[in-house]
Design a protein around this ligand. Structure first.
Ligand code: ADP
Ligand code: MG
Length: 275
């Protein structure tokens, strides 16, 4: 079906045209605390420029509430920006369902809690077949073959295809969610706190799986976390968010090794070094 399936064959390489580019993106949420007549507004994302290409890992780090998840939702087409522009392979994305569909195929997301991404009543096999059917890709035979490849790609046995999500562990469920995110051979995977809800003992395995897959498939990876040491460990570039803005951005070593922004310094000082 594609060149992406061979393990270890693709040389990762950062391509010139970003898969996604955000220009001066703003998102204003209506706060849950507001009243009908006087809605409070939350400026969750306040003028962010961002881009990601195939072959690179871009980390987004910031405290809880800094706007990371809202930004992630803009990147994957789940949240239209209140203001600003989203470009897909250099072309401004329209607002229609067609644009969302195009983006939805090329950019996928892994959430913090795999339970939210998976249907509790559907066997793993069906959950992996689903995106292929929805997008009309292949015939039944090639879909079944793709699903077998996917489950092995994320390090699970073929028998995992027959179980329901609750019959496997949290780490295994996150592997299934990652497999599902890879079903349509995306260019970019946006991983929003992908290990935060997992047992500490399996976090490193899931993290390594993601970074290995990124290398093998030449993906662009947007890795979002409040944990600065994890972000530093996996990222080529990082963006530090505070209050909806990117306060500092650049190569991971430079930004997190020698930060120039006072907020980044505070964030680093508050974090014990783990890795
Ligand atoms: N759907 C929503 N409705 C209203 N406010 C929201 C919504 N989603 C997020 N927010 C608010 O926007 C801000 C940023 O949230 P979020 O993007 O989830 O940040 P993070 O992922 O960094 O914790 C927070 O103040 C949060 O309460
Ligand atoms: Mg979040």
């Amino acid at each position: 079906m594609s060149t992406q399936q061979g393990r270890g064959t693709r040389v990762p390489e950062v391509s010139d045209v970003p898969v996604i580019e955000l220009r001066d993106v703003h998102v204003v949420h209506r706060a849950r605390t507001g009243s009908l007549f006087r809605p409070d507004k939350v400026h969750a994302v306040a003028g962010v420029d961002f881009r990601v290409s195939r072959g690179e890992t871009v980390g987004i780090v910031g405290e809880s509430g800094s706007g990371k998840s809202t930004l992630a939702r803009v990147m994957v087409g789940l949240q239209p920006p209140t203001q600003g522009e989203v470009l897909f392979r250099g072309t401004p994305l329209g607002r229609g369902s067609r644009a969302r569909r195009t983006l939805g195929r090329a950019v996928s997301v892994v959430f913090q809690d795999p339970a939210t991404a998976l249907n509790p009543r559907m066997a793993v096999r069906e959950q992996l077949l689903d995106p292929l059917r929805v997008h009309g890709i292949g015939d039944d035979r090639s879909r079944q073959a793709r699903v077998r490849d996917l489950i092995q790609l994320v390090g699970l046995p073929l028998s995992a295809l027959e179980v329901l999500p609750r019959q496997i562990s949290g780490g295994q469920r996150q592997r299934v969610a990652i497999a599902r995110a890879l079903t349509l051979e995306p260019d970019v995977v946006v991983a929003d706190e992908p290990t935060s809800a997992l047992d500490v003992s399996v976090r490193a395995q899931v993290l390594n799986l993601l970074t290995d897959l990124k290398d093998e498939l030449g993906l662009g990876l947007v890795f979002i976390s409040h944990d600065i040491s994890t972000v530093r460990y996996v990222s080529d570039r990082v963006a530090v968010m505070n209050g909806g803005r990117v306060v500092e951005t650049g190569p991971a070593e430079q930004v997190l090794g020698n930060p120039s922004d006072p907020y980044t310094r505070t964030l680093l000082a508050a974090t014990p070094s783990l890795l």
